[in-house]
Design a protein. Structure first.
Lengths: 222, 295, 411
């Protein structure tokens, strides 16, 4: 049965996921084209210097990209479920309602994480051409919260989209907005280091919030 | 044979507005029940409660002995559910959706589905969302037939079907249900078809049930008498045996469960002058309108 | 599971509220503190204070008011340029003839904030050539790190320069350097008068001075008194070339490291704490002015050119916790959460409890209100134990969160 759910979720999100991933790879390509250009024109020395001592985040324009991915995948996956309340069909499947949702959610998370890993992998691989591992590591520490923000956005989109009452959607959206803000604060490289374990825990916890709005839907809140 | 659906003392409100109170519904195994009622009388509310998408204020619905609010997966597998408007995953095409659903039901019988699909003029890759209303309805119905459930809950299944096809489908459905001992709980806007399909009728009005009985019993006991009053000031509306009365000037349509003799005798005993008294034969739709009123 | 998901959502909302509400509160009600700007007059041998506001006031230590011009004339070292422009610069001070070049040469200014210490540090540094024979410094093409050895990495090719790395590693090794380095501090900029390399703390808290002279490593292990550990080092490039750096010890002592003799001299300043005090050290022809600014007070310590204390000034203002807006805060909120801290550049979950316990009253009140709400809804208390506990502990945050996302579960 879960294979059928994988199939359905894949049908919904595949083009968005592929599109997002390609866009991401193109974006990273552009990023390193710029790095290459910088190395050629300014020289590697001053490019490094700007990163090390001038606070340059050469990957900074990437900040909201994982967030965008979370939003896109979340909407692509859950919005079709709410058109004409199709989620009723999903709940009617011979599975426990929460299990269906959690399987759907897990599929979305796996797809999103795979895409993120691919992007991060490309980023790291290209980074190691230009920068030593410690600088790459600091960059990874800087971008990790952004990817977590993408997951959190995905979780909140599910919560918001499945909610039957508009007022509640608004409330969720406000919580979501402030919540995501926690992940995208400082532009200082590697400043997020001490907070990352906590952010991981928060992110994992938020993965179940959609069950609340889905429950409200099932009980006929309006 | 036992009851497949049993709703006991169902009460629901939307906020302060009562939908109904202490509603009791029973659907026997192997029977076809038609739930009729005007818009807003609680048909969809009842369907939602039956499918666990609405928690009633009080009371409960049992399907195969299980509370409809917490149906175990095995019971859900026995229920085919057609959502009003033939809603389906419209982002799939007919092959994808069949592949999707077949994974859930061990008794999946794709033959009736493909038979229906073969008659649709759709391309194999055409998404359901781009199909016509009628085509979509056939996809949704075909899937339910393929699921081969023991209980079919069909919310307004005839919507969007061509008259000819509707007739065909109803005949097919009835034969199918009777041959395989399926139970059907259905609502429909188009009442004339229901007569051919259903065994039992449940007619709902605002806040109450007007009738719940076998359709044959309803059609024989519920009657319409037409006559002309000599004095159109006479008030017959609030009499106990009169279920409904439609009056245009002095022409009266009187609906009742009582016999022709009873009504005539009543009119004579109470000195109500009238002429042209006769019983009018009714179709289900006439009877429904007669019972629930035109407004 | 649904109940669990709701609790998570409520906790998320509490987190967000605990960040947002205090932020909004402070935005609305926080009043600025006008901190005095204190300078020491080499003429009067006393403190002069500038107070921001409308209008700006200038006064001496006894409260006498001055005009701006008079005030500036009392502080010729600080307002030297202004006095030159207005032609009011004295030729002699305290009977001593003034050489303008001396003033410039003896002028130094350094500023420290705790966040300069509590921040992610770069791990690579450029090793300048200290005696290149050129007038200006040039940025080298490679950067070094000190892990299990010294490694120079060419920025153009991202490859380790093996020969140079071995050369420097060996030099450090011979001076008993315990790899890896725990602190590398220098002035990694070409905008300095000359290069003095880096002050490096090794794994056994020993201090080294490392620079490159004509392509060769220069390594000097600096003798430290027993038990002296540094938590922060600020390298300086002052014209007088008296010392390499300010060094803060774990015990919050301020040292300077003199040039050439490598003598550590402790400033007679006890008021400083690098974790939460701003520090300004302003040196001129006659004195060093050490300004320590903490929450609620400022201390200005004046040293002579031999680093001996000559005078000090203390002024305090109400601590935040003594001010009305913080007292009211304490009655509303159990505390505040922030991802940022004024004393650190790191992002973390910074929780600051309220200055008083007034919030307990509100918590109990809200608990009672929530109890009444549940009563009116005829809810069974057992199913709401978590909600009640959240309201009791987190007060207004929990109260808002549990009521926004109501616990309406059907049995």
């Amino acid at each position: 049965m879960w294979k059928s759910i994988v199939y359905k979720e894949w049908l919904k999100i595949r083009w968005f996921l592929i599109g997002f991933t390609i866009l991401g790879i193109v974006g990273i390509g552009y990023l390193f084209l710029k790095v290459q250009h910088g190395f050629t024109f300014q020289g590697g020395t001053s490019f490094w210097y700007n990163i090390l001592f001038m606070g340059l985040q050469f990957f900074g324009f990437f900040k909201y990209f994982p967030l965008l991915g979370g939003l896109i995948i979340g909407v692509a996956q859950y919005f079709p479920e709410t058109i004409n309340k199709r989620i009723k069909l999903t709940f009617h499947l011979p599975l426990k309602e929460n299990n269906v949702l959690l399987i759907m959610h897990a599929i979305g998370v796996v797809c999103l994480v795979l895409s993120y890993m691919l992007l991060l992998g490309v980023f790291i691989t290209l980074s190691t051409i230009y920068f030593p591992s410690q600088m790459v590591f600091d960059s990874v520490v800087s971008v990790t919260p952004w990817f977590l923000a993408g997951l959190v956005a995905y979780f909140f989109v599910a919560l918001i989209v499945l909610e039957p009452v508009w007022m509640y959607r608004l409330l969720y959206a406000m919580v979501a907005g402030f919540f995501v803000n926690i992940y995208v604060k400082s532009p200082v490289i590697a400043a997020y280091g001490p907070a990352i374990p906590g952010l991981f825990v928060l992110t994992i916890l938020m993965s179940v919030v959609l069950l609340f709005s889905a429950y409200r839907f099932r009980k006929g809140e309006m | 044979m036992g009851n497949v659906i049993e709703c006991n003392n169902l009460t629901h409100y939307y906020g302060k507005k009562m939908v109904y109170e202490n509603l009791n519904i029973h659907v026997r195994e192997g029977s076809i029940l038609g739930l009729l009622g005007k818009n807003g009388t609680g048909k969809t509310t009842t369907i939602n409660i039956l499918n666990g998408f609405l928690q009633p204020r009080s009371g409960e619905c049992l399907i195969y002995g299980e509370n409809s609010q917490h149906l175990p997966p095995a019971t859900k597998a026995r229920i085919g559910f057609l959502i009003e408007g033939h809603i389906q995953y419209a982002f799939m095409n007919i092959h994808q959706i069949e592949k999707f659903y077949s994974g859930f039901y061990p008794n999946w019988k794709p033959a009736p589905y493909w038979e229906l699909m073969s008659r649709l003029k759709v391309t194999p890759t055409q998404k359901i969302s781009t199909m016509s209303c009628g085509q979509r309805s056939q996809v949704a119905l075909g899937l339910i037939l393929a699921q081969n459930p023991d209980l079919l809950i069909l919310d307004d299944f005839s919507m969007g079907l061509d008259p000819g096809y509707r007739r065909l489908f109803i005949d097919y459905l009835r034969e199918y249900a009777k041959a395989e001992n399926k139970t059907i709980f259905t609502t429909s806007h188009i009442i004339q078809d229901m007569e051919r399909l259903i065994d039992d009728v449940l007619i709902m009005d605002y806040n109450r049930v007007l009738a719940q009985c076998p359709i044959s019993e309803f059609m024989t006991t519920f009657k319409r008498f037409d006559f002309e009053l000599e004095n159109d000031q006479v008030d017959l509306k609030n009499l106990k045996f009169v279920k409904n009365l439609e009056m245009v000037k002095n022409k009266v349509e009187l609906y009742t469960y009582e016999s022709k003799e009873f009504v005539q005798k009543f009119l004579e005993n109470n000195g109500v002058g009238h002429k042209g008294f006769n019983q009018v034969k009714m179709e289900l739709e006439d009877a429904f309108i007669g019972l629930t009123g035109k407004y | 599971m649904e109940k669990f998901s709701r609790i998570i959502l409520v906790l998320g909302a509490i987190l967000v509220l605990a960040i947002t509400l205090p932020m909004l509160y402070w935005m609305a009600f926080e009043k600025p503190i006008k901190k005095p700007f204190v300078l020491y007059s080499c003429i009067d041998k006393d403190f002069f204070i500038l107070r921001a506001g409308t209008p700006i006031t200038f006064e001496d230590n006894k409260g006498n008011k001055y005009t701006r011009e008079k005030y500036e004339q009392k502080l010729p070292m600080w307002y030297f340029q202004q006095l030159m422009v207005s032609g009011l610069m004295p030729d002699t001070i305290n009977g001593k003839a003034i050489d303008m070049h001396d003033i410039g040469r003896n002028k130094s200014f350094e500023r420290f904030k705790p966040e300069d210490m509590n921040c992610p540090k770069p791990k690579f540094f450029p090793m300048f050539e200290s005696q290149s024979g050129r007038a200006s410094l040039e940025l080298p093409n490679d950067y070094f790190r000190i892990t299990w050895r010294v490694e120079f990495i060419d920025a153009g090719t991202n490859k380790i320069l093996e020969e140079k790395s071995q050369l420097f590693s060996a030099a450090l090794y011979h001076k008993d350097f315990a790899f890896p380095a725990t602190k590398i501090e220098g002035l990694p900029t070409t905008r300095k008068s000359c290069d003095e390399g880096y002050l490096i703390v090794d794994s056994s808290n020993e201090l080294f001075h490392v620079k490159m002279i004509k392509g060769k490593p220069f390594v000097k292990k600096i003798d430290l008194p027993d038990g002296l550990k540094f938590k922060h080092i600020i390298c300086v490039d002052f014209k007088d070339k008296k010392y390499y750096a300010y060094l803060f010890s774990e015990k919050n002592e301020i040292y300077i490291l003199t040039q050439d003799e490598y003598e550590l001299i402790k400033f007679p300043v006890t008021e400083f704490n690098a974790e939460n005090c701003d520090l300004k050290i302003y040196g001129d022809l006659f004195n060093y002015n050490v300004t320590v600014e903490a929450e609620g007070h400022t201390d200005v310590i004046i040293l002579d050119k031999e680093y001996k204390k000559v005078d000090s000034y203390h002024e305090s203002w109400p601590l935040l916790s003594e001010r009305t807006e913080d007292k009211i805060f304490g009655y509303l909120f159990p505390g505040e959460l922030s991802m940022e801290d004024p004393n650190s550049k790191y992002i973390n979950f910074y929780w600051k409890g309220s200055g008083n316990l007034g919030w307990i009253i509100l918590n109990l009140l809200l608990l009672a209100v929530h109890f009444l709400i549940l009563r009116r809804r005829e809810a069974k208390l057992k199913g709401h134990a978590v909600d009640l506990a959240l309201v009791a502990v987190t007060g207004i945050y929990g109260f808002l969160a549990v009521n926004l996302f109501q616990n309406k579960f059907f049995d």
